[in-house]
Design a protein around this ligand. Structure first.
Ligand SMILES: *Cc1c(COP(=O)(O)O)cnc(C)c1O
Length: 221
């Protein structure tokens, strides 16, 4: 079995330096996270607020944390002091809560809109109509402590590369449409978070700027 460092080295050879790698450390103990940190990794992802809050105090302060899981509004207050980006925003209600808690902490929190691109029903996320309703809502324009930086999505968990590619291509086209209509002059709106251990090469071919990799770095755990 390869070490965490060897896995990261291999990924950095395969992945263009313009694409950010989020090391998804969910379920991994602090010691494992430190193996990646000691190999130079600074960007990590967690999908449960409890787990992020439990681990973060034991890890170096220069780690940037992305929250990538389904987030309930009543949990935002716990992660607002430490999270760099919330990739999984799927409602205006959640975005407003993030804004409120970011303001309390005197900071700005970067966010991505999560889209439902998979054919699986179980996954979370907006469709285009819902995203447009959010962006057109006067309540959205009042928010000042959140910054929308792009989109996130998960493809169907499948060996069907054509299906996965089609879903990533759809997310790229959603990004392009939103960029053109709502963020043409906003440099910050520039991220497309797509691609995991099983499909990151396809995602990068289709325009990903952030890949979220767990088992490909830490093993099965
Ligand atoms: C777990 C998880 C990942 C990483 O999955 P791997 O297949 O282990 O790379 C990426 N994104 C989200 C939203 C996840 O929950």
């Amino acid at each position: 079995m390869k070490t965490v460092r060897e896995n990261l080295e291999q990924l950095s050879r395969e992945i263009p330096s313009s694409v950010k790698i989020v090391a998804v450390s969910k379920t991994m103990p602090v010691g494992k996270v430190m193996e990646a940190y000691d190999a130079g990794q600074r960007l990590f992802g967690e999908n449960k607020s409890q787990e992020l809050i439990a681990k973060q105090p034991f890890l170096p302060g220069d780690i940037r944390w992305h929250f990538i899981g389904h987030l309930q509004t009543n949990k935002v207050k716990y992660i607002a002091p430490v999270v760099d980006m919330i990739e999984s925003v799927d409602s205006l209600k959640l975005l407003k809560e993030i804004d409120k808690e970011a303001a309390k902490n005197n900071r700005e929190i970067k966010c991505l809109l999560q889209f439902h691109i998979a054919s699986e029903e179980t996954k979370f996320g907006l469709d285009m109509a819902e995203a447009e309703a959010l962006l057109n809502d006067p309540g959205y324009r009042e928010l000042i402590n959140v910054r929308l930086c792009g989109v996130m999505g998960m493809a169907t968990f499948s060996d069907d590369a054509d299906l996965v590619r089609k879903e990533f291509r759809n997310l790229k086209s959603i990004y392009d449409d939103l960029k053109r209509s709502y963020f043409p002059d906003d440099q910050s709106f520039s991220e497309i978070s797509m691609g995991m251990t099983g499909d990151y090469l396809i995602a990068i071919e289709e325009g990903s700027t952030i890949v979220r990799i767990g088992t490909g770095i830490f093993g099965k755990g």
